[in-house]
Design a protein around this ligand. Structure first.
Ligand code: ZN
Length: 366
């Protein structure tokens, strides 16, 4: 009897025991699954709609927001008639977030990046972006394709895709439809339009700077030669960026003159030269194709230089030092400066702030 009892409670074949008796973990899993299946949320929306949501179980948030008035933080649904919403709200897709990584787009520069999240009951959604000028004129509709709902997306759009060819201010709106053709509403804090600017050029310095006085101008006298560029006084380490897309043709060091310098063969037909750059700051090498706005180097005081500044030259009618000739770049720089993305006013405030300190220096920067 004793032996039989022992056999019943402890089978000699461990494999048989595992097959017949659910382990503690399996029991726990079954209990969990029972809870999930019993939950109304499980029936309310497919799992796909919640992938990538912020909370661990996004479905609960989505459903509660939809059925309690649509005003839960982050999931609220703006606008619409309450009675109509009660019937259809749970089914309507929602643009839960929409933003731009940066709002300045340059010719040959990085594409404009959109971040967005569309929640929907259907597995996939079809998303489009509508582009208009800041004044409201229609530009184009960009098809962003069909993809999973409930998953955060990043779309990178070039200026050609966005249909922008004239420099200026534009705006962008997102629209999404589910498989049944229902158009997405927007969550409460999601903007209708996002503004961006497009420019085919950029001022070569970012941050504070000063135009300096007469000694900083093109044509100013220097011992044995004339000044072939425009000096822009700026703090050592200020970023120097490509004013136009192109190819880097030279990166050299000249101890008794230009110091560290870079030459850009730009797509607008000119060569641009950046001198006295900070040692070790140059980010490009000859042959590099660079987009407008690419960080080239940082302002320095190398070579024959009396203080941190960017010596900027513009060459036309042929490559730099191979048949070309330097032109006074002041008008060009002022135009770039005035049309700086973000508004000339912002740039103007920065320039004014730097002028006072630079004006104290009486000797040419060189
Ligand atoms: Zn100079």
């Amino acid at each position: 009897m004793e032996a039989i009892k022992r056999n019943n409670s402890r089978p000699t074949d461990p494999g048989l025991r595992r097959a017949r008796t659910p382990s503690r973990a399996t029991v726990r899993l079954l209990v969990c699954m029972t809870c999930v299946i019993a939950s109304p949320a499980f029936f309310s929306a497919p799992a796909q709609a919640f992938a990538g949501s912020e909370s661990g179980f996004g479905g609960t948030r989505f459903v509660s927001a939809s059925e309690s008035g649509g005003t839960a933080p982050g999931d609220g649904i703006a606008g619409g008639d309450a009675s109509r919403r009660r019937g259809k709200r749970a089914a309507a897709p929602t643009i839960a977030s929409f933003s731009l990584v940066a709002n300045a787009l340059y010719d040959e520069g990085r594409p404009l990046k959109l971040r967005y999240l569309v929640k929907a009951r259907s597995r996939t959604i079809h998303v489009r972006a509508v582009v208009r000028t800041a004044a409201g004129a229609f530009v184009t509709t960009v098809d962003l394709g069909r993809h999973h709902s409930g998953v955060r997306q990043i779309a990178a759009l070039t200026k050609d895709q966005l249909g922008v060819s004239a420099p200026g201010d534009y705006k962008l709106r997102l629209s999404a439809t589910d498989r049944s053709g229902r158009r997405a509403a927007r969550a409460a804090r999601v903007p209708v339009w996002l503004a961006f600017s497009y420019s085919d050029h950029r001022f070569p310095l970012t941050g504070s700077f000063s135009w300096g006085g007469a000694d900083s101008r093109f044509g100013a006298g220097r011992p044995g030669h004339i000044h072939q560029g425009q000096d822009l006084a700026a703090a050592e380490g200020s970023p120097v960026v490509a004013p136009y897309g192109g190819t880097i043709s030279w990166v050299r060091y000249q101890a008794d003159g230009a110091g560290w310098y870079v030459v850009l063969d730009a797509l607008d037909g000119r060569d641009y030269v950046f001198m006295h750059l900070q040692a070790g700051s140059i980010e490009v090498k000859p042959g590099d194709a660079v987009p407008t706005g690419k960080l080239l180097a940082r302002v320095g005081n190398t070579g024959s230089s009396n203080g941190a500044h960017l010596h900027f030259e513009a060459w036309t009618d042929g490559p730099w030092q191979f048949g070309g000739k330097p032109i006074d770049p002041r008008d060009l720089l002022e135009n770039w400066y005035a049309s700086a993305p973000g508004g000339a006013q912002a740039a103007s405030a920065k320039a004014t702030a730097a002028t006072a300190s630079a004006a104290a220096s009486s000797s040419p920067l060189d």
